[in-house]
Design a protein around this ligand. Sequence first.
Ligand SMILES: Nc1nc2[nH]cnc2c(=O)[nH]1
Ligand SMILES: [Zn+2]
Length: 471
Amino acid sequence: MAIQSVVLKTIYVGTFIHSVSLAELQVLKRSAVAVDESGKILLVEHPVEASMLEMWAKEAGTTIVEAGPGQFFFPGLIDTHIHASQYPNSGIFGKSTLLDWLNTYTFPLEASLAKPSKAKRVYSRCVARTLSHGTTTAAYYATRDVTSTNILATTCHTAGQRAFVGRCCMDCMAPDYYRDTDAATSLADTIKCAEFCAKLDPKGELVQSIITPRFAPSCSRELMRDLGDFMAQSGLLCQTHISENKGEIELVASLFPECKNYATVYDRAGLLSEKTVLAHAVHLTDDEIALVKMRGSKISHCPVSNAALTSGAAKVRRLLDEGIVVGLGTDVSGGYSPSVLEAARQATMTSRFVSLTEGEEAKLSVEEALYLATRGGAEVLGLQKTVGAFEVGMEWDALLVGCTFVPDEEECDEDEDLLQAKQAVGGGMTPVDLFGWENWEEMVAKWLYSGDDRNVLKVWVKGRKVHEKPA
Ligand SMILES: Nc1nc2[nH]cnc2c(=O)[nH]1
Ligand SMILES: [Zn+2]
């Protein structure tokens, strides 16, 4: 390729690990990825010749970023379902289940973010925290307040996080202090938020609005229909919850007796399409799975939340076997952790419980969990051509991951040697200890099962560095 003829901005050099399919992670050792000024990947060179690196290093205006030994680049993690407005409640859920949890913990906190200074404080911390865990793209729920929702959109845009930001639509069955006045007002407020995002980011390169009927029990038929029409007309994505909890499903059956199941409630309103992200899907029936598949709607699997709120265990293998697109959601603060890596880890754990009743093939592998965290999430949000892997034409949304090297003290003659050995590999003090005999696959497994934000050394979105681990 005539690389000299295009403007290179940054060349990333080292080991790159990404999913090439659900079951396969590819490890590109001694490779280079060239990224242009707009953050687009121009070239993936595998393996890269030293002479090529030398040539690039001489080009004016080009920066070379090298991964150290034992470090690797990994695609940015994608959170397909997170409530930024609930971030301060992470870990606070007691023994509650969904419906009492909403009334006890969630609605009061969300309502309190109508105060802009509080919204700014909470959202800036939430976005900084998720970036530090390597979340480069998030589908956020804000609150029902327009100003507060727009503050979240601005916060993501300023911090450089790719985001879908939704105002929670809810004109029913919520407390008086936290309910939209009526369907018309709810739609009008949603349009205001969509207009705000369109002004903030006219091409939707980083931040977009997402239509967000909270869930069927908190939306009137009229509101859901209006939002379905707005979805068709605007082309925006839509996100909601489905079949999370048995009590919720009974409530939906009693509120919508004309519908034979939960999924049909959304379908009748025109809310089930290939642009719809359905969170949880724990208890979907065969008929509902068939409907979701037919409509091409996507599923956000939220294993941490489903365990914390005692909702149940989604049968992810079944969904994948049906060809339904699945990504991962932290569902903060139903989920206690803002980390997509934790969601990936818990997806594998949940799948082991599912395997006890559904058979061995229900188990998700390390490769599959990391696929859901990257390419799966990208497809859920319609970004499969843009992010999720290291491919020419995609954008540079990436992490530099590092682990801790445990030197062999007997092999080091002096303190100075030992110090150098410690510094030579990995990312300083992290929860993942490497002894030097692990292969790349083992290293990735160790990262999935024991890693956290201390392993996330740097984070980029669209070519811009948006986080660096403090020294
Ligand atoms: N997990 C979860 N489920 C919901 N269903 C309706 N609202 C919510 C929410 O905020 N979190
Ligand atoms: Zn949720």
